[in-house]
Design a protein around this ligand. Structure first.
Ligand code: SAM
Length: 391
């Protein structure tokens, strides 16, 4: 294996189990390296720090697979890691048949995502290093998880950055058109082939429940960026009188209709529109709601996009406040690492000031536990939000 020597500051980072080494943190790479090749990592004073894979095309040049040990990276290695990840999540099976089994770096498998939907798997292999081990990874996944089918929905943008082609295909067994999942007593149809990401926003599971706990009989609820209808359907089952879902995706709209029927939700409306346009019109129509959910896609994939993202959030929060009834509530989320809890609070404060509203934060919200937040991996904390009330 070729050797990579990192700068002193990077060595310190690695000693606290941070798995990413950026190009500018590397002091020296011995010999030419191929994209995805395994390398040994050393500190400037020659201390062995771990084994990872390298990609000279990527800004994150090395991702660490093993800290301070040199295991053989083979099918057995992947089996062991997947088994450990599964064990960690075994308690989830008591209330859902759909959860993330492998969450990349957070499960010591950088670049690999494995989501379970009943008896089927939707996976992503997002880096050149993991792509090199595709056959070992598949063998390990099949042996540990025994799925009936696997679909590979590797993330287009991440793969481009790694110099890889896009993949979107069934790679094992069969994948039905739709899969029925159940979480916490609520049922959803998930379309693994045409749905967004791996199929469903599993990371919001516990927040869907937490938010629904504030719903009272007779509530009017507005579910913005609703995707398959998750938050709104939970609210309907808790006694909401009427739910308005808004999403720009035609597929999502079809899924909302189907999922409402599945859960016997009858009083609702689905709006297939850009939320930014919808809000302006809804204010003119003088719509009023007891609860509004704002769960947009990532507005800031890089730190350069942060400012624009914050402007987007301010617009959404300010205009949603205008649609609130007295003592109405808003649940707002950011799934971008670059827009943190404090940023979200700062824009909420701004929006509250501009609308002369006093707000009270009543709940802080985070990604569900099958998407672990590892303290020493700051970017593993990506989904955050809170519920606030107009007081
Ligand atoms: C993070 S997902 C929402 C997940 C959902 N709340 C759940 O619990 O499953 C974001 C959704 O926003 C939708 N979307 C993205 N941009 C939009 C826009 N400008 N207007 C309306 N919907 C949009 C996407 O189609 C996607 O379904």
């Amino acid at each position: 294996m070729k050797k990579v020597i990192v700068k002193k500051s990077a060595a310190e980072k690695i000693r606290s189990f941070n798995p990413w080494i950026y190009k500018n943190e590397i002091k020296k790479v011995q010999q030419d390296v191929e994209k995805g090749e395994l390398v040994e990592i050393y500190s400037p004073d020659g201390q062995f720090l771990g084994v990872g894979y390298i990609n000279p095309l990527s800004k994150i040049m090395v991702r660490i697979l093993s800290f301070f040990e040199k295991p053989e990276i083979n099918t057995e290695f992947f089996k062991l890691r997947i088994k450990k990840a599964l064990e960690k999540r075994s308690h989830l099976r008591s209330y859902t048949n759909a959860f993330r089994v492998v969450h990349s770096e957070a499960d010591f498998l950088p670049g690999l995502i494995v989501d379970l939907y009943d008896r089927y798997l939707s996976i992503q292999i997002n880096t050149a290093g993991m792509e090199k081990f595709r056959s070992e990874i598949l063998e390990a996944i099949i042996s540990v998880l025994k799925p009936e089918g696997i679909i590979d929905k590797s993330d287009e943008k991440s793969r481009q950055k790694e110099g890889l082609d896009t993949v979107h295909q069934v790679i094992y067994g069969n994948i039905p058109e739709k899969v029925l999942i159940e979480e916490q007593g609520v049922r959803f149809y998930v379309y693994l082939k045409k749905g967004q990401k791996t199929g469903f926003f599993l990371d919001q599971r516990k927040n869907r429940k937490l938010v629904s706990e504030y719903v009272q009989n007779g509530f009017k609820v507005l579910d913005l960026f609703s995707n398959a209808g998750g938050f709104g359907i939970y609210a309907g089952l808790k006694g909401a009188d009427f739910i308005k879902f808004v999403d720009i995706s035609e597929n999502a709209v079809q899924q909302i209709l189907e999922n409402c029927e599945l859960n016997k939700i009858t009083s609702f409306q689905v709006v297939d529109e850009n939320v930014f346009d919808f809000l302006k019109k809804e204010i003119k129509r003088e719509g009023k709601y007891d609860l509004i959910i704002i769960d947009p896609p990532s507005f800031a994939k890089t730190k350069h996009e942060k400012e624009g993202g914050l402007r987007g959030f301010k617009y959404l929060i300010l205009n949603s406040i205008k649609l609130l009834k007295e003592r109405g509530m808003i649940a707002v989320f950011s799934c971008s690492h670059h827009i943190g809890m404090d940023d979200l609070k700062a824009v909420t404060m701004d929006a509250a000031k501009d609308t002369k509203t006093r707000v009270e934060i009543i709940e802080h919200l985070f990604q569900d536990k099958d998407h672990p937040y590892i303290l020493n991996i700051p970017f593993s904390f990506y989904l955050k939000g809170f519920i606030f009330r107009k007081v």
